[in-house]
Design a protein around this ligand. Structure first.
Ligand SMILES: [Zn+2]
Length: 272
């Protein structure tokens, strides 16, 4: 499951290249001969001499520039996996970009967006290990068991929030959130209580991990954070029913957590 990246990666395609030098990185096994094959294929499709540089440049995934009598391609290494149909579109795109070649290449890039290396994220000062639960361990297990290791995010416990004025108890709690820009999952410290089972923490973490794969969808003027695909994927979590049962019986434990936090964002009344 969860093989799709959806529409979360708007990636720039430019031609011709701005002209900065790029490192020539070929991280895929057998990449050298594959690059050779790619070069021959593109030459055949373009009907002219072609050179190919394969790189890891995330801001310029595909470009072509005429240099002397050669069409010089610079391609992200994901194109080593491209089939002939995509390469034909890439060749057309290099010569005379039209809508259909662009669409085909864009779709290919979307499908391979997970191969793009992102710059390192700024570190958070918040801890992943609480008194009772180690979020990193939970995250790593889930990433291995459900996502084939593809979720790239930091995970931390959130701030408990400033002490509130006299308020008997909160009516809602945001147990987790995911910030795609920072690629950071933040889990409410109320979940670090000893009475909270690890399986429930895992359920919340799993939910937030899904947000990296399933981006919000527009529904009229609103954004739908939990669309049909999201909910379907969420049902794959093995301990889901148990977690929901625990939640409905222990809501008070979470709501009465001592240092309340102002709530905002997705799904305030129900877990997660
Ligand atoms: Zn959510």
């Amino acid at each position: 499951m969860l093989a799709r990246m959806g529409e979360q990666l708007p990636l720039p395609l430019t031609t011709p290249l701005a002209g900065q030098p790029e490192p020539n990185v070929e991280p895929v096994a057998g990449a050298r001969s594959r690059r050779r094959w790619l070069q021959d294929k593109l030459a055949e499709l373009c009907g002219e001499p072609v050179s190919v540089v394969v790189n890891d440049n995330r801001s310029n995934l595909l470009s072509a520039q005429r240099r002397g009598g050669t069409l010089a391609f610079r391609l992200h290494h994901m194109f080593l996996d491209a089939d002939e149909r995509v390469l034909r579109a890439a060749a057309r795109f290099a010569n005379r970009p039209d809508r259909s070649s662009r669409t085909l290449v864009d779709q290919f890039i979307e499908r391979h967006g997970h191969l793009i290396t992102r710059p390192p994220r700024p570190a958070s000062a918040r801890p992943a290990r609480g008194r009772n639960h180690d979020l990193q361990a939970v995250f790593d297990e889930l990433n291995r068991d459900y996502f084939a290791g593809r979720i790239d995010a930091e995970i931390v416990f959130g701030e408990a929030g400033r002490p509130q004025r006299r308020r008997r108890r909160r009516r809602s709690i945001k147990l987790g959130s995911y910030d795609d820009t920072a690629r950071r999952i933040v889990i409410h410290p109320a979940l670090d209580q000893p009475q909270v089972p690890r399986s429930f923490v895992a359920y919340i973490v799993f939910h937030e991990m899904l947000h990296q794969l399933y981006r919000p969808q527009r529904a009229g003027v609103a954004l739908r954070f939990h669309g049909r695909d999201f909910k379907k994927a969420e049902r794959a979590f093995a301990g889901r029913r148990e977690a929901q049962r625990w939640f409905s019986r222990n809501l008070d434990l979470l709501l009465s957590y001592r240092e309340p936090e102002v709530m905002a964002g997705d799904r305030p009344r129900r877990a997660p």
